[in-house]
Write a protein that binds this ligand. Structure first.
Ligand code: GRG
Length: 313
């Protein structure tokens, strides 16, 4: 394997890259597995309307990055896909519910998400709120009832992580500060960091960490994966802010330029585009450096870190 070195920071360790790993194939294959599991996860029963609304957003596509990260980390840590799939689905249920609520008129007021009308545009605000609530509670039920071949202790740890990442210490807290910062011209870097590490980073971190917990990884490796996830989480949001400026509505599947319109605090506003790109790259390099001890199964997590900054939506 050629040694690619580290172009951003020569002080960071050099990394052996397996250039034969095919990320696009890997993503297509993993996404298909996740889509199938999600499709099977919710049946339409009485009262049909709520199940249809939940399925409408859950099966609307999306990159499925959180479930894919969870599966990859579980495998890297010595587990398998079957052990992690219920948690992977739960992560996507929580993520989807956060998108449904984020798009509501009382929050970001968006008409399009994942290339289709937002949940409240199709089902109305009342059902969209309930569809989000239904997905959130079902996520926890799903982990508990569907996880097989994992000790109850690990399942409990996963439940605790998912709860923390979703609530006021995670997504909810990040969203509250984000809403409070709208229209404020001088949002500090510290506040922006809080918003992004909570609103976006918390669930990405939980995706990585839960996969590892299910495989009963050692504490030292759990900390390494946690740091990997924190770095890619922040890089992911920086790229999201950049794409809001540089990509089209068609590419994004949601309205482009919303951050500027809503006078949102973003990294490009504070740093400019060039520095934002550089910082994202730096974070990805730091993330990859955490993986050195994991040996040859590490390629998916390296490639996923690279994907986070090279993506176009
Ligand atoms: C979880 C209880 C609970 C409440 C939700 C509304 C809210 C509180 C939080 C907002 C969270 C939010 C929408 C964060 C943005 C995260 C983000 C960058 C989303 C885009 O993720 P991608 O690009 O989307 O992975 P796809 O569509 O590919 O899945």
């Amino acid at each position: 394997m050629p040694n690619t070195g580290n172009l951003i920071n020569p002080m960071l360790p050099q990394f052996q890259i397996d250039t034969t790993f095919d990320l696009s194939n890997y993503l297509v294959e993993r996404k298909a597995l996740v889509e199938k599991a999600l499709d099977n996860s919710i049946k339409i029963v009485y009262p049909e309307k709520i199940y249809e609304a939940m399925r409408y957003s859950l099966l609307a596509g999306g990159k499925r990055l959180r479930p894919i990260l969870c599966l990859a980390t579980c495998e890297l840590s010595g587990g398998n896909i079957e052990m992690a799939m219920p948690t992977a689905c739960a992560l996507e249920m929580i993520h989807t519910m956060s998108l449904i609520h984020d798009d509501l008129p009382s929050m970001d007021n968006d008409d399009y998400r994942r290339g289709q009308l937002t949940n409240h545009k199709v089902y109305g605000e009342d059902i969209a709120i309930l569809a989000g609530d239904g997905l959130l509670s079902y996520a926890f039920e799903f982990v508990v009832t569907q996880t097989k071949n994992v000790l109850p202790k690990q399942v409990l740890q996963v439940i605790a992580r998912l709860g923390k990442a979703s609530g006021a210490a995670g997504l909810v807290g990040g969203q509250v500060v984000d809403l409070a910062s709208e229209g404020i011209s001088q949002v500090s870097e510290k506040t922006l960091h809080f918003i992004h590490t909570h609103k976006t980073g918390a669930l990405l971190e939980a995706s990585v960490v839960c996969g590892a917990i299910l495989a009963d990884v050692s504490q030292a490796n759990l900390y390494r994966l946690e740091r990997y996830a924190q770095n890619i989480g922040l890089a992911f949001q920086i790229v999201d802010d950049i794409l809001d400026i540089t990509a089209t509505t068609e590419e994004l599947g949601k309205t482009a330029g919303k951050d500027i319109e809503a006078k949102k605090a973003t990294y490009p506003v504070i740093w400019g585009l060039e520095k934002s790109r550089f910082q994202a790259q730096k974070l990805v390099e730091k993330a990859k450096a955490e993986l050195e001890v994991f040996g040859d199964k590490v390629m998916p997590l390296i490639a996923l870190a690279d994907f986070i900054i090279s993506r176009s939506n």
